[in-house]
Design a protein around this ligand. Sequence first.
Ligand code: BGC
Length: 400
Amino acid sequence: MKKMVITMLIIAVACVGLFAQAEVETANVVLNKDKPLVFFNRQPSDPVSGSIDMESMNWNSKTYYVGFDAAGGGAVQGKLIVDYLANCTAALDRNGDGTIGYVLCIGDVGHNDSKARTEGIRKALGTWNGSTDPGVSKVGAVNVGGKTYKVVELEGKAMTGTDGSTWNANAATEAMGGWATKLGNQIDLVVSNNDGMAMGCLQASNYPAGVPIFGYDANADAIEAIGAGKLSGTVSQNVDAQATATLQVLRNLLDGLTGADVYKKGISEADAYGNKITPPMEYRAETKALLAQNSGVNADNWKEYTAGTRDAGIKQSTAPKKKVLLTIYNASDNFLSSSYLPALYYYAPLLNIDLIVVQGDGQNESSCIDKFTNLNSFDGYAINMVKTNSGRDYTDKLKY
Ligand code: BGC
């Protein structure tokens, strides 16, 4: 009997020990809903009004957006074009009708960046008529080489591919071909809201030779085209700063930093491992957004933007290895595939982040969501949505 009581006591003590151990382990497990989440490049927002989707941004205290100053970028692009025209010595008005006619590649009508660029360009040229929609513009005025000309937006188009994907370069090639045939020498200027579409326009076999053309993004092929005199200008949205900041904010949150340290360490101040990016970034608390600055690129300064210019302020960190799942809305997006992803792949190992990238088709959210899986095995998430109002589809998957 005594032996049996002792045995039972031993079993009871062992059980208590086991339960206690299980409790400690549960306490160490971070639930997905409490892990860091960074939206990047496509800001959670309403595709029509452009207002920020704060429900997604407030998913948890570790949710942030990393991008760039979209409105400021539109203004930079507008100024780049207006400055070019003011300094023009060659005859620009091809049919001599006293009007500068331009065509506009809009990109994605529901995307903040696209809206901001359309607005910036139209405001600079005086054609802004209160809306970023295709076809909504008025007659403006601009100084070309010291003389004032009228400006008309001959046509503007969203550039959706046959597969439904946005910012589509092939659609731009086709549209440019059609515009060149239909509008002939009324076209004095071509403006595109990204480099992919601008390079697409230049692919049109009947592209009117010598007509100035502007893009946005400072992709390597666009910079090269500026050097070769084919592209007149582009805008850098500082992809290195954005890619590093996306990873650094995750790193900071995973290292347990809180408050301003989350968006400052490694960005405007050195982090614990001695890392800090060189360019300034702005933090907007009301939208939890960390934004890079834009700069104009043209024939005078393109050499400063040649590919491979990585930030020397980021060196190998000794931080503990963490695993992050990152989505890209469209594997074929020119900017993300040729500029953003290579930067992420360069900086992630330096920050000791094991980056798993899944990519979508640019049209159906499910092409990304279906690969947003095995969520328990990741320490944090970085999301680039197909539609800017799909934030909830991702956070819903993180609830469990
Ligand atoms: C870039 C575009 C790109 C888009 C993707 C924008 O910021 O300028 O080139 O297609 O992001 O979301």
